[in-house]
Design a protein around this ligand. Structure first.
Ligand code: SAH
Length: 348
């Protein structure tokens, strides 16, 4: 019999499972707290349980977690990039960033990604598998315990497409938000998607207080389809319609991610077209100078181009900021470190 993934269970589910082995109710509280507040990765660490009980639990359940394979600290800004190894030997990445308001962790939702965006390192080897809710939570636990800090903000912007693993991601959100667990405020969580339209509606229906980020990167189908294959399935006008519906129904502002790539999507025309597209929507545009990935030839827009692009959006009353790039010296961008690690090991 394969062991049950105990850290992916809600408290009610855990309680039922523990009833089956005749444990009293207070044990659920203890065990849930060890798993979710303290983030332990073995039953042996649960010091207020008897050895016999720890063994019983170990026979039935598994605590899915990850271990630090490498850790890189940016000399420029203190940003930390973790390469974590999962129990089956796969690798994922997380990035810990310090802001004025606290610590923010960028977590992965899949090993690899199948979305195929041309500028992104995570997708180069395709998707290997989905992460369980417990494996997404473990990234937070490991970073918190390693640095001895509390992570107050989480962005689902690491490797993978959260909407391509939405059931586990929803479970993760529920558990992370739980006040007997990490107690993370939904308002401090952002979920980023490349634009899987039906899932935007599904998220709208669950009506969570989190921030939806949409990776737009181009104002029209011609450019977007070249950069992002998903656009051939759900085009710009369908995507923008879903986004408008989402903001109307939830009153939550959408954040559009737009990587500035020299000569590709950074012209004045693109800025005008983008302004038209987003006119009147409750939204915000985040411009990110594209991070160079060894496997492609994209070059980031220069400062003057960036400034001009910003000024056109501002003139058209679009909220815009240029994202500070953190961790440039540690290959902090999506999938870069894992890619490098597996290729130096002779994998993939
Ligand atoms: N799959 C989700 C979340 C992961 S990617 C999504 O597509 O939104 C997180 C963000 O980083 C996305 O906006 C993605 O488009 C962007 N990104 C990926 N590679 C990048 C690169 N080389 N330079 C700049 N942004 C990049």
């Amino acid at each position: 019999m394969s062991k049950i993934d105990i850290k992916s269970m809600t408290k009610d589910e855990l309680s039922l499972a523990l009833e089956e082995i005749k444990l009293p109710r207070f044990r659920t509280n203890q065990i849930f707290s060890w798993l979710h507040q303290k983030g332990v990765s073995s039953f042996d660490e649960m010091s207020n349980l008897s050895k016999q009980l720890r063994e019983t639990l170990d026979d039935r359940f598994i605590i899915k977690s990850c271990v630090i394979e490498t850790k890189r600290v940016s000399r420029e800004d203190g940003t930390i990039k973790y390469l974590f190894k999962l129990s089956d030997g796969e690798y994922i990445e997380s990035v810990l960033m310090k802001y004025k308001y606290g610590y923010s962790l960028c977590v992965s939702t899949q090993v690899g990604c199948r979305m195929g965006c041309k500028f992104c390192a995570s997708t180069l080897g395709g998707v290997i598998r989905d992460l369980s809710a417990s494996e997404i939570l473990s990234q937070i636990h490991m970073a918190q315990n390693d640095e001895n800090v509390r992570v107050s903000h989480v962005v689902l912007m690491g490797m993978g497409e959260p909407f391509d693993n939405f059931e586990n991601v929803k479970r993760f959100l529920f558990l992370a938000n739980c006040d007997e667990g990490l107690n993370l405020s939904m308002r401090n969580i952002s979920l980023s998607t490349c634009g899987i339209v039906p899932k935007i509606y599904e998220l709208m229906d669950v009506n969570l207080q989190l921030t939806l980020s949409v990776s737009l990167h181009a104002p029209n189908d011609k450019i977007r389809s070249e950069l992002m294959p998903i656009n051939k399935k759900y085009n710009v006008s369908e995507l923008i319609k879903a986004c408008r519906d989402y903001t109307k129904n939830t009153s939550r502002r959408i954040s559009f991610e737009y990587s500035m790539i020299s000569g590709v999507n950074d012209s004045d025309e693109c800025a005008y077209e983008l302004s038209q597209l987003l006119k009147g929507m409750l939204c915000h545009v985040n411009l990110i100078p594209v991070n160079n990935v060894r496997e492609n030839n994209f070059v980031k827009s220069d400062d003057n181009r960036l400034k001009k692009f910003v000024s056109i959006l501002e003139k058209n009353s679009i909220n815009v900021t240029v994202r500070r790039t953190l961790g440039k010296d540690i290959e902090a961008s999506c999938g870069q470190l894992r890619k490098k690690h597996i290729s130096t090991q002779g994998g993939e």
